[in-house]
Design a protein around this ligand. Structure first.
Ligand code: ADP
Ligand code: MG
Length: 620
């Protein structure tokens, strides 16, 4: 078959639309993206040629060449990298194989405006060519093959693949520039854009002129330079190159290790949260080089998954270049470098937390939930993660560390109290924490999904237990302020509890009195060994758990409503009314928790009936 027309995968069409509409003000990035692909193609061939030197024989020097043609309104970008076969062209330029693309498209579609930062964090890649071109032709020949194919598209739903010829291996991309973008056929513009965005990639970028070719970038590995010789601006350019983004690094770690392990690392903590942070199939965040030769971006052993927000490169002398990528995954040297890097990253984060606590909060908001995975994934590093962790708490609106919490603990307080939920503002007003606050205890407000997992896994911080305020019985004793308050007690209380327990049936697991409450009449809690109620809600939302778990209804014997309910128990005719009140209390707490009443119709009717009785006085 010499020519075939194929449709883009639906996601590609969608992406192309988003790119065309939102990246207008960043149109220059197309060049960075295409040069970066040429550089990747050179990297991949350089690595393959270690085992198969014949692949680069006759043309051993990698480069990318820009050929502007103002008369024809085209810009041609030519590389002698690994090239693409016909199938590669179809797979790579007709689909989005990248991890996180589904998540990205959802976010980008949901984003109110043309949110460049989201696209930036995903990396538009090759498709950015359509920001400036209304037609793109890609002719490519895979190293080692003598077939060439041309991929052509106007970016509007389909592309064509045609048999072609190309003198040697590599890829030639012809951009037919839109009228409003012919500036990209101007050598001055090209020099400026390459300088600004691709100055420090390893591959030389050349520009064709009437006398031949000129090199327009530095083409040296930035990470190998001494830190003092690199400017902020250069770090930023390199950061944007590795992230394909537009934002600035939040933290730059440039580190050269000598001695037992020899490596250079240039790592960045991004300024914004990448779209694919929670995609299990994503690549390693850090590119591994061995003596300046790119080896893999899939060395998962290098960076622990709870530091997967990092971006950058690691270049080492300690690994043999001819080790296969599979073997590499288990190379103990890689694990040792990873461990050393982790320690380095921790200490840099600690410094930043100490010196710039406010800037640190921004980091924590972005990546804290990921870092907290380290608490259960890497027990050996747990103490270091705890040092970096910040929490919302009832002590103030500001974030707090655990060390600060412990320093504030009351004299007789033995545990670190916490509550989990979706929203800190809502948690601050949870009835379950009232009694703790009344006694001067501070409660941590944990709102990340991961909190449900690390807390049970760690059990202790500096010998102190983590105790949920929504779980098990709270033995707090009466609150200091409520000492003089009237409360129902003894037989009277027992009669009410027995009545509610019997009447509520399966709607609750148990009914009991509590010291946990001061202002509220009732709350729901989970039994000691039950699944935490917030975790159950999370799992239900994900479809991993069916049905709702009945909670334990705890009532406040000092509350006016509970006292009145107890009194009503002497009136046999009012008992059904008391039970209605009990049912309403259960539903009220279910609403507060976010589940809502079990039977919304019955709830509404009951509420109206009870209100009517309250006004007419006819309870029996
Ligand atoms: P990414 O570079 O993040 O993988 P792109 O959209 O930039 O995504 O490119 C998609 C794929 O197309 C690349 O992964 C690569 O396999 C292929 N590709 C693009 N440009 C080239 C090129 N110049 N030479 C060889 N392969 C290329
Ligand atoms: Mg790319």
């Amino acid at each position: 078959m010499t020519q075939q027309t194929l449709a883009f995968q639906a996601e590609v069409s969608k992406l192309l639309q988003i790119v065309a509409n939102s990246l207008y003000s960043h149109k220059e990035v197309f060049l960075r993206e295409l040069i970066s692909n040429a550089s990747d193609a050179a990297d991949r061939l350089r690595y393959e040629a270690i085992a198969s030197p014949e692949l680069t024989a006759g043309d051993p020097t990698f480069k990318v060449l820009l050929r502007p043609d103002q008369a024809a309104k085209t810009l041609t970008i030519e590389d002698n990298g690994i090239g693409m076969s016909r199938q590669d062209l179809i797979d790579n330029l007709g689909t989005i194989a990248r991890s996180g693309s589904a998540a990205f498209l959802k976010q980008a579609t949901d984003a109110k405006e043309k949110d460049v930062s989201i696209i930036g964090q995903f990396g538009v890649g090759f498709y950015s060519a359509f920001i400036v071109a209304d037609k793109v032709e890609v002719t490519s020949r895979r190293a080692g093959s003598d077939e060439a194919w041309t991929w052509t598209s106007d970016g509007k739903g389909s592309f064509t693949v045609t048999q072609a010829t190309r003198p040697g291996r590599g890829t030639t991309i012809v951009l037919h520039l839109k009228d409003e973008h012919i500036e990209f056929a101007d050598p001055f513009t090209l020099r400026r854009v390459v300088k600004a965005h691709s100055d420090h990639i390893g591959l030389p970028v050349k520009l064709a002129n009437k006398d031949g070719e000129e090199t327009v970038n530095e083409a040296s590995a930035l990470w190998m330079r001494a830190r003092k010789d690199v400017t902020e601006e250069q770090y930023k350019e390199f950061y944007q190159h590795v992230t394909h983004g537009f934002d600035e690094p939040w933290l730059t770690i440039h580190n050269k290790a000598e001695g037992r392990l020899e490596y250079t690392a240039l790592l960045f903590v991004p300024g914004t949260r990448p779209a694919d942070l929670y995609q299990p199939e994503r690549k390693s965040p850090v590119r591994l080089y061995v003596r300046r030769v790119f080896v893999t971006d899939e060395a998962k052993a290098l960076i622990p998954s709870y530091l997967r927000f990092l971006r950058g490169v690691v270049d080492t002398e300690d690994i043999a270049l001819n080790v296969s990528r599979e073997m590499l995954q288990h190379d103990p040297v890689l694990a040792r470098i990873g461990s050393a890097l982790t320690t380095k990253v921790f200490s840099e984060l600690e410094k930043k937390a100490e010196k710039e606590p406010e800037a640190y909060e921004k980091f924590w908001e972005n990546f804290g939930p990921v870092l907290k995975e380290g608490l259960y994934e890497d027990p050996a590093k747990r103490d270091q993660v705890f040092k970096l962790a910040r929490f919302r708490s009832t002590a103030s609106e500001k974030l707090t560390s655990l060390a600060e919490y412990v320093a504030r603990m009351k004299e007789k307080q033995e545990a670190i109290y916490f509550i989990t939920g979706d929203n800190a503002a809502v948690l601050r007003h949870s009835p379950q924490i009232e009694g703790f606050l009344a006694r001067g205890y501070e409660v941590l407000l944990l709102t990340d999904a991961v909190d449900e997992f690390w807390v049970p896994a760690v059990a202790l911080y500096e010998g102190k237990k983590f105790v949920s305020v929504t779980q098990g019985a709270a033995e707090l004793g009466p609150a200091p302020a409520s000492d003089k308050q009237e409360r129902v007690e003894g037989g009277e209380l027992a009669v009410l509890i027995a009545h509610l327990k019997q009447g509520l049936g399966d709607a609750v697991k148990d009914v009991r009195a509590t010291d946990r409450l001061t202002d509220s009449a009732a709350c729901l809690v989970a039994g000691d060994t039950d699944m935490p109620r917030h975790l159950a809600r999370m799992l239900r939302a994900q479809g991993q758990l069916q049905g709702s778990l009945p909670g334990i209804l705890e009532i406040n014997p000092a509350h006016a409503l509970i006292r009145a309910m107890a009194q009503q128990m002497t009136n046999v005719g009012a008992r059904e009314h008391v039970l209605d009140l009990g049912r309403l209390l259960v539903d009220q707490e279910r609403i507060r928790e976010g589940d809502g009443p079990t039977d919304i119709a019955a709830f509404s009717k009951r509420l109206s009936d009870v209100m009517a009785r309250a006004l007419t006085g006819k309870v029996a």
